[in-house]
Design a protein around this ligand. Structure first.
Ligand code: PLP
Length: 390
């Protein structure tokens, strides 16, 4: 039996999402067509939009469906940046954001002469509000994560949103890792910010909450200024051209609703499992927990195993039937140390010695028992392999 502890990479499809997706995929019609079939498709789509909006705490008109988190983030950051040209050039970019954010910002720097203002992370992976606030004046756009997908640390996004509103800067939040795990509301975080500033856009993705892969949403506040990045039809307020994926939207809505309905109970259950996993793993000498011990995602365990290489450990655990992640990007088949782990102050060697276990809806007590049974031997063998190589 395989133990799947990589829910942050993608979470198994929920039965209700599969059913909703299948039912909607049988509807024949383009949601923009005027005939009866088109109207049927539009009803399915707008029902999904309303349900996603209810989960995210925004108006249905503010939900722009996309192909996933990466597209939502690119649309938000490039679109918000472009809308502020030529008067403002700086971009507030915390270290340790997801690659979709880091690379979109780099693209703006290389191709649009954006001025990137990097905000260093605290040693537990949080964005320091004071450092973020200092970078804000006159920025074209600022971005931040609700929760870090690698080390699991939760940010004080209410303060980041308030600081952005106060400074007159539009803020985008990447809520991909947070959806279904920690409570947040777009309108709550937006508060009474002036038009076009403070929280104006928020990204989410369906497959992280048991919805289909290839569907996501960008919440674009009514007063946001955002230049479209796709050109074509006038769908979705003209912000995202292209025939809309009604089956994807229906699957996403079913998954997001189910995740939200069980969020509180699951958070308590996963926190207990997480803390048992952490305690068991820390009993192995030379093991450290990264991120914040308490202000972290309920299902996130991020560990450093001194003198072991994360990839070796990953391989040995996979052989023992446990699937996890190093959390790092793999460039042309060569594992790179994670930029998030480097951003919290680890050196190159330490950054190669980490492993992330992420728990979710299907994780059981028995899964944690299995991991804790096979982990000590895998660590011993990974350390032995590293010492032979060095
Ligand atoms: N942002 C965060 C925090 C993520 O964890 C991910 C996916 O790993 C993304 C963005 C990208 O989302 P998607 O896989 O839907 O493109």
């Amino acid at each position: 039996m395989t133990v799947y502890l990589d829910h942050a990479a993608t979470s198994p499809l929920r039965p209700e999402a599969r059913e909703a997706w299948l039912a909607a995929s049988d509807v024949v019609g383009n949601a923009s067509s005027i005939h009866g079939g088109g109207q049927d498709a539009r009803r399915v789509l707008e029902d999904a939009r309303e349900r996603v909006a209810a989960v995210l705490g925004c108006d249905p008109i503010e939900v722009v469906f996309t192909s996933g988190g990466t597209e939502s983030i690119n649309l938000a950051l490039k679109g918000m940046w472009e809308a502020r040209q030529p008067e403002r050039r700086s971009f507030v970019l915390p270290d340790g954001e997801h690659h979709a954010t880091m690379d979109a910002a780099q693209w703006l720097w290389k191709n649009r002469d954006a001025h990137l203002l990097h905000v260093g992370l605290g040693s537990r992976g949080a964005i320091p509000v004071a450092r973020f606030t200092v970078a804000l004046p006159d920025a074209a756009v600022a971005t931040a994560m609700v929760a870090n997908n690698e080390v699991g640390t939760l940010n004080d996004v209410a303060s980041l949103a308030a600081a952005s509103a106060e400074a007159g800067v539009p803020l985008h939040l990447d809520a991909v890792a947070a959806l279904g795990h920690v409570p947040f509301s777009f309108s709550g975080l937006r508060g009474d910010a002036a038009p076009g500033v403070g929280l104006t856009a928020l990204s989410v993705s369906a497959h992280k909450v048991g919805g289909p892969v290839g569907v996501g949403a960008l919440v674009v506040g009514r007063t946001a200024r955002l230049a479209p990045q796709f050109h074509g039809g006038s769908q979705q307020r003209g912000l995202r051209a292209g025939t809309q994926d009604i089956a994807g939207a229906a699957g996403f809505a079913a998954a997001a609703e189910a995740a939200e309905a069980e969020r509180e109970g699951e958070a308590a259950r996963l926190t207990a499992l997480r803390d048992r996993l952490i305690a068991g793993a820390l009993a192995i000498p030379g093991t450290r927990l990264l991120g914040d011990p308490t202000r972290r995602l309920p299902g996130n365990v991020h560990l450093l195993f001194e003198d072991a290489v994360g990839e070796t450990l990953l391989f040995l655990l996979d052989q023992a039937g446990v699937q996890a992640s190093t959390g790092s990007a793999c460039q042309a088949g060569v594992p790179e140390p994670s930029h998030v782990v480097m951003a919290i102050g680890l050196d190159d060697m330490a950054a190669r010695s980490v492993l992330r276990f992420t728990l979710g809806r299907t994780t059981t007590d028995a899964d944690v028992d299995t991991l804790l049974r096979v982990l000590p031997d895998a660590v011993t063998r990974a350390r032995a392999a590293a010492s032979v190589r060095s």
